[in-house]
Design a protein around this ligand. Structure first.
Ligand SMILES: [Zn+2]
Length: 237
């Protein structure tokens, strides 16, 4: 077995005694595998795969969307992430108002008996939101002083495709709820990125210069963030 590298995409190549080329995409992340005739040169295979790139991307997106759906299950023993660390989800039924408790290994959801999956997910999301709402102001405060800007308002919401949005005129920043699950440096990077937009709206040279000034390691964080799916499911048990 060998591999074909197309930009960021790695394709597993399996040579077989077959006549046609077969392309398969596997869940959860959409790994790509191609089975090809023994006699087919790698260069021809590369041309073939390049011609199928739009199809591959479409299939990968579908799988990732499915993964996101599954992540909303809120099932006992599922892995959930907080600040980049993995926790086991525990669900305990009790007859008092719901609450979420974090310890070193678990996120425990205390709920009333008969609580629906949607409601469980909502309780957990609310907890993530409240955690973010404590973390974000500390980051904003730190950089407001450094950058000499002021953020009038920030909010947290669930976004499917973006980590953040920014309205420089209103000095308002929206952050994706999913950031609560990522390492805190990545949250910090996203906040700083949006705050730099208060000084420079577009991603031009000045923007990059400002990022370099306020957060020298920002490119590393940006790559990290791009590498991570917006939502992550853990398939291992
Ligand atoms: Zn931006």
């Amino acid at each position: 077995m060998c591999e074909l590298q197309l930009g960021k995409l790695t394709i597993q190549v399996v040579k077989k005694d077959i006549k046609n080329v077969y392309l398969s995409i596997y869940p959860p992340e959409g790994k790509v595998r191609v089975s090809a005739p023994n006699s087919m040169p790698l260069d021809n295979l590369r041309v073939f795969v390049v011609s199928k790139l739009p199809w591959i991307r479409k299939q990968q997106k579908k799988l990732q969307a499915q993964a996101r759906e599954l992540a909303r299950g809120c099932v006992e023993h599922e892995s959930h992430y907080f600040k980049g660390e993995r926790y086991l989800l525990k669900i305990i039924e009790h007859k008092y108002p719901s609450k979420v408790v974090l310890d070193h290994s678990a996120i425990t959801l205390y709920i009333r008996p008969g609580t629906s999956t949607e409601k469980k997910a909502a309780i957990l999301n609310e907890w993530y939101r409240s955690e973010l709402k404590q973390l974000i102001p500390m980051i904003i405060h730190k950089y407001e002083k450094l950058m000499d800007v002021s953020v009038k308002e920030f909010g947290v919401k669930k976004m499917k495709t973006k980590w953040r949005t920014c309205n420089p005129v209103a000095q308002r920043i929206w952050l994706n709820l999913e950031l609560a699950k990522k390492p805190i440096e990545l949250l910090e990077y996203v906040v700083v990125h949006e705050m730099v937009h208060l000084l420079e709206r577009s991603h031009n040279r000045r923007f990059i210069m400002l990022m370099d000034t306020f957060m020298p390691k920002w490119k590393f964080y940006q790559d990290e963030l791009n590498r991570l799916p917006i939502s992550r499911v853990n398939w291992s048990k």
